[in-house]
Write a protein that binds this ligand. Structure first.
Ligand code: DGY
Length: 317
């Protein structure tokens, strides 16, 4: 039992209790409710997930809030400016999910370019006939070009995997990444040039105003008709209506999406029925080790803020 003098924090109820048990010596823990609760006025910290919307309306429930600690690297669920105006600190969990997310990006690259998901479905549904020289042909990665949009940690880890499959790496983004250029022999290109020249385009940028619908119908029309688009970033980086048209009309060859608009994508959505689109349900960081590490880092951020110490990972600092 925690001492009543400890600060009160609210934790998103979908996070297993034992992932946040180390908060106990530092805080009294309650479940974060989507409805206003009597204890809201006493809550000093919240531990959120990417499905918790933190906006002015939500923040106004918590007059004594000092920290929002998000169990995610992306903070597009949080109005960071509204938090800053209220002097509420924001923490996130970069680093610990880099490999897991890059693994899923590479999985999507391989499954889409080799059409593995179509072949599996056909076999399961009785369409596996005698071996055929032309059965389920995909395309090879060797000597093809990967275009990474946003060469941060996850983009670079994806590029490094793709490089080991023989791909040439180019990237676009707001700043030059000298180390990655050297280690991956990556070339920085303007986005327009990356779009027209890459065989696989993998999105790794954060969702902010400048990247919302970055991949719109103009971008999709600029891509090679043989190219694949991979999105493990956020659904809204892509104009999904335009993507459906691009896949229908053959502007591009295929797409692998770990993120969509909306999430969850309803099972009746036409994208699921396409042979050239593979959808995974936002599982980029879904390994037990990674999710525990994310929860642990989110606890570290929360505890640091309650202590008035620097957060291990503070957004906007
Ligand atoms: C994040 O942390 O932003 C990821 O999308 C979760 O997998």
């Amino acid at each position: 039992m925690s001492a009543p003098s400890l600060p009160l924090v609210a934790v998103a109820p979908e996070i297993p209790d034992d992932w946040t048990s180390r908060l106990a010596p530092h805080a009294r823990v309650v479940a974060l409710s989507s409805e206003a609760a009597a204890s809201d006025a006493d809550i000093e910290g919240v531990l959120t997930t990417l499905t918790t919307r933190v906006d002015d309306a939500m923040l106004s429930r918590f007059p004594n809030l000092r920290v929002v600690s998000n169990m995610a690297v992306g903070v597009d669920n949080i109005d960071v400016s509204a938090c800053a105006r209220r002097e509420v600190r924001v923490g996130n969990t970069p680093g610990v999910l880099t490999d897991a997310t890059a693994d899923i990006a590479m999985t999507l690259i391989l499954c889409v370019t080799r059409r593995a998901f179509v072949a599996t479905r056909d076999a399961r549904e009785g369409r596996w006939g005698p071996w055929s020289p032309t059965g389920w042909l995909g395309s090879s990665l060797r000597k093809k070009r990967l275009g990474v949009v946003g060469l941060g940690a996850i983009g670079a880890a994806t590029a490094s995997r793709a490089k080991s499959f023989g791909m040439e790496i180019c990237y676009s983004g707001p700043s030059r990444k000298a180390r990655a250029e050297e280690e991956l022999r990556a070339t920085r290109l303007p986005l327009e040039e990356l779009l027209t020249s890459a065989d696989v385009i993998s999105l790794h940028c954060p969702l902010v105003d400048q990247t919302r619908h970055l991949i719109d119908s103009i971008a999709l029309r600029a891509m090679k008709p043989t190219a694949a688009l991979i999105n493990t970033a956020r659904g809204d980086v892509v104009d999904q209506i335009a993507l459906e048209r691009a896949l229908d009309e053959g502007w591009i060859a295929g797409a692998g999406l770990d993120v969509t608009t909306p999430e969850p994508l309803p099972p009746t959505h036409p994208l699921y029925r396409r042979d050239n689109c593979l959808i995974t349900p936002h599982i980029g960081s879904a390994t037990i080790e990674t999710r525990r590490a994310m929860a642990s880092l989110a606890c570290d951020n929360l505890i640091a803020a309650l202590d008035g110490a620097p957060l291990p990972h503070e957004v906007g600092s």
